[in-house]
Design a protein around this ligand. Structure first.
Ligand code: HEC
Length: 135
């Protein structure tokens, strides 16, 4: 928990309103190293599998990030209430991963929703790395 506040502190002090996905990745890298001294870097492949792998939720449903965002991040997704979600991949949606507060807010909400726990910095970094690898 403490690390999250440190990370938020860094994000807000360095970049109050805007950032690039690469800057966000740097901040998550700092945190990932704190979480695990053996951390060697983010992986787009790990991010892809994290994004698509379905997990058994305690509510009995099979869920993944792709449940709402679709398995192709270049596509529009849909919420459970059928509202459109703009694509996740920066190649088709340049607004993605440019607002640290928004990114942290939705990682918080969606990780809890899908994994029933917070995502690690490694998972967040892998996720962004995967999104950046989508051409
Ligand atoms: C229940 C539907 C749903 C699921 C499942 C879901 N998301 Fe999302 N996600 C949303 C919505 C809604 C938004 C906010 C609308 C938007 O940004 O277009 C969003 C936005 C995001 C953002 C904000 C990105 C940015 O820069 O704008 C991130 C990061 C994110 N989701 C990550 C995840 C991850 C990681 C998972 C899987 C662990 C996941 N989402 C699963 C619905 C979902």
């Amino acid at each position: 928990m403490r690390n999250i506040y440190i990370l938020l502190g860094i994000l807000f002090s360095v970049n109050a309103f805007a950032a690039t996905p690469q800057e966000l990745l740097k901040q998550y890298e700092v945190q990932a190293k704190q979480e695990n001294a053996a951390f060697t870097g983010f992986s787009a492949d790990a991010g892809a599998s994290f994004f698509r792998t379905e997990r058994a939720h305690s509510n009995g449903k099979q869920v993944s990030c792709a449940t709402c965002h679709t398995s192709d991040p270049r596509n529009q997704g849909k919420t459970r209430a059928n509202k459109v979600i703009e694509p996740m991949a920066p190649i088709v949606n340049a607004k993605r991963f440019t607002d640290p507060a928004k990114v942290e807010k939705w990682f918080g909400r969606n990780c809890k929703d899908v994994l029933e726990r917070a995502c690690t910095a490694k998972e967040k970094g892998d996720y962004i790395q995967f999104m950046l690898s989508v051409k």
